[in-house]
Design a protein around this ligand. Structure first.
Ligand SMILES: [Zn+2]
Ligand SMILES: [Zn+2]
Length: 346
């Protein structure tokens, strides 16, 4: 075991504090990573505040991790000391169910082992990336190409893959019209990736305040969802809508924007059930779907795609002392577009 610095939540109601945690010894298939940067995901905040269920405290969160390999186990073959690597939302899975065998570990029937708050194979609770080091099985460690700016790479491990996976699955590309609902951490990556795939991208945001940013990220149009005429103007328009917001959504209104065989995919998770009028699915043979992060192979594909196309998240770099303030700013949507913690300050 080694003791490393971390920033942890002591309870659901107290601010995060500096502390130390134990990391397991490097096993034969493990990689020790010295963390350089860790992104702050909205899920981190919901989790530490107990909003997604009770958890054990103290808890370290963070599942957008990049760093450098500093030690490898005897049987490790895919990573070497000095490599720039990343870790996303999961650190293991059963590896035997049909979804794992298909490379879709995020949909493991046993439940994938999350990077934080999950019960690890040794019975301990996994602790996330707001820390100086982490030990992870090599099969759940990604290669982060050097051409991706180091401090901007971390959010690709959650925000990037969460949007890339449905865009790839539902074949965003030339000739396809894609709408992105919400221009936050997830939404701005959805716009950049969909545009790079060749799709015609429209942003649907509450107001037009971020119109210039939408265009800078590659969107051709930006509409305010507060204006009811938006839903008339854009009726029967899109092949694919990616909903990135966690707030309650009028599903019928958004389904009405889909053309024939169009799909509305939610990657944002409102806490309460959403009612759907089935007639709005009959029209244009529409679908309503969900999607969760991506498999390890697809996450690597996403990183390589972003490196080739020169795509990276927009980030605001902070010190460990600014995490609580950053949480408040995330909650009030006052971030353009992702906070990243400089792990050297932890
Ligand atoms: Zn996340
Ligand atoms: Zn499995």
């Amino acid at each position: 075991m080694r003791t490393v610095n971390a920033v942890a939540a002591p309870s659901a109601t107290e601010p995060l504090i500096r502390t130390t945690i134990e990391r397991r010894d490097v096993g034969p298939k493990d990689v020790l990573i010295e963390i350089a940067y860790a992104g702050i995901c909205h899920s981190d905040i919901h989790t530490v505040r107990g909003e997604w269920g009770e958890i054990q405290y103290p808890q370290v969160v963070g599942h957008e991790i990049v760093g450098v390999v500093t030690e490898v186990g005897d049987e490790v073959s895919s990573h070497a000391v000095g490599d720039r690597v990343g870790v996303g939302c999961m650190v293991n899975s059963c590896r035997e169910c049909e979804n794992c065998k298909a490379g879709l570990e995020q949909y493991c029937y046993e439940g994938n082992i999350g990077t934080y708050t999950a019960v690890d194979r040794d019975g301990s609770i996994t602790q996330g990336g707001y820390s100086t080091h982490i030990v992870v099985d090599e099969d759940f460690v990604l290669r982060v190409p050097e051409s991706i700016p180091y401090e901007a790479a971390a959010p690709l491990l959650c925000a990037g893959i969460t949007t890339y996976s449905p865009l790839a699955h539902w074949k965003a590309g030339p000739g396809k019209k894609v709408a992105v609902v919400g221009l936050g951490g997830l939404g701005h990556m959805a716009v950049k990736i969909a545009a790079a795939m060749g799709a015609e991208v429209t942003v649907l945001s509450q107001t037009t305040a971020k119109h210039a940013d939408s265009e800078r990220f590659g969107a051709v149009a930006h509409y305010a969802t507060k204006e009811s005429e938006t839903f008339d103007t854009l009726a029967n328009t899109f092949d694919l809508i990616i909903n990135t917001v966690s707030a309650k959504l009028d599903l019928g209104a958004y389904l009405g924007l889909l053309r024939l065989d169009g799909v509305l995919v939610s990657v944002g998770a409102p806490p309460e059930p959403l009612p759907v009028q089935v007639f709005s699915l009959f029209n244009n043979r529409r679908s309503f779907a969900g999607s969760s992060i991506g498999g390890i192979a697809e996450t690597q594909e996403m990183l390589d795609f972003c490196a080739e196309r020169g795509i990276a998240p927009e980030v605001e770099l902070i010190d460990a002392d600014q995490v609580n303030e950053a949480y408040e700013r995330v909650m009030s949507s006052d971030v353009r577009y992702r906070f990243v913690i400089d792990a050297s300050t932890i």
